[in-house]
Design a protein around this ligand. Sequence first.
Ligand code: F6R
Length: 366
Amino acid sequence: EKGGYPHFMLKEIYEQPQAIRDTFRGRMREHKGIIKMAGVDDHIDKFLNAKRLVILACGTSWHAGLVAEYIIEELVRVPVEVEYASEFRYRNPVIDKDDVVIAISQSGETADTMAAMKLAKENGAFVFGVCNVVGSSISREAHAGAYTHAGPEIGVASTKAFTTQITVLTLLGLKIAKAKGKISTSDFHMHLEELRLIPEKVEEALKNNEHVKKIAEVYKDASNCLYLGRGFNFPVALEGALKLKEISYIHAEGYPAAEMKHGPIALIDEQMPVVVIATRRGHYDKIVSNIQEIKSRKGKIIAIVTKGDVTVKELADHVIEVPEVMDSMSPLLTTIPLQLLSYHIAVMLGKNVDQPRNLAKSVTVE
Ligand code: F6R
C-alpha cells in the first residue's frame, strides 16, 4: 500500500507531480483561454462583487491560505485576510454578505474550520470550500467549492495536500482576475503555461533527495532551527518549520526574513541552523543581506536557491537548487526540499514519521 516506499509521507512527497497535475487537469483549458471551475462559475457574481476574501483554515492549510493571500491580492487586487479558524470563531468577527469566505481543509473534518465557516454563513457570507476528501463535512457545508484531487493523504504530516491547495487557489486567483479584467490575455496564458510546467519542475526538485539526506545527516542533532523567507516564500518558511517540529520534535520557527533583526537574531550562534529560502526572483538582494547578517554571527545556512545561483552559493554552508519559475509559483518548488529535509531528519532520529506522537490526521475536536 506504500507502493514500495518506507513511509506514506515519502510516497506522498513523491506523488506531488502527479497530484498537482490531477488538480489542474480538466480545469485549465488553454486553447479556449479559460479556467473551468464549476463551483466558481455557478456563483461568479459572488466573486466579482466581493469586497474582500476571508480565508479560514488551521495548520498547514492555513499556510496554504497565506500563500494564496499573496497570490490573490497580486492578481485580483482585492484585500484577502487569512485567519486561524480557531481564533475567528471565538471573537465575534466582522463579516457580512459582501464577503467571500474560503475554508481550506485537507480532511474536510477539522472542527474549528467547520465551526468558523458555519459562523460566516450565519452572518450572510458566501462560503467556498477547498477540501481534499470528497464528500467530507466541510465540502458539504460549503455553498460551493473545489476539490484538490491530491488522492488520499495518509501521513499525518501534510505534504501533497499543501501543494495542491496552492494549485487550486492559484487557479481560483487567475480565474477571478480574468473575470474582473485584472489580467491581460497574454499574462493569463503565461501563468497557465508556467503552471503546466510545474509537475516536471517538482520532479526535478525531487532529484535532490540524496543531497538533502546528506544535509539532514549534518543537522539531525540540532535542538533548534530557524526558517526564513520573504514574500510568497514567507509562508513556506512557516510550513518548513511546522514539518520539522511535528515529525522530528526539533524546535523550529519560521519568520519573515526581515523580522530577524527585531528579535530572533539574538538566537543566532554557531549551533543554530538557519534554512533560508533565497530564490532569485523574490527580493533576492534583501535575502542576500539577511544571509550575510546570519553568517557574521556564525549561524549555519542551508539555502534553497534557484538553479545556477552563484551569489548565495558562496555565502551559504549548503545550497539546495530548485528550477527557475515565476515568483508566485515558487512555493510549489521551494516546499519540496523542506519536506524532504524534515522527513530524513525524523527517520534518522528514529521517529514515527507517519504517526507522530500527540497528533491525529483529522482534528475533529476543538
Ligand atoms: C500539519 C497538519 C495539520 C493540518 C491541520 C488542518 O502537517 O497536517 O497542521 O494541516 O490540522 O487539517 P485540515 O487541512 O484537514 O483541516
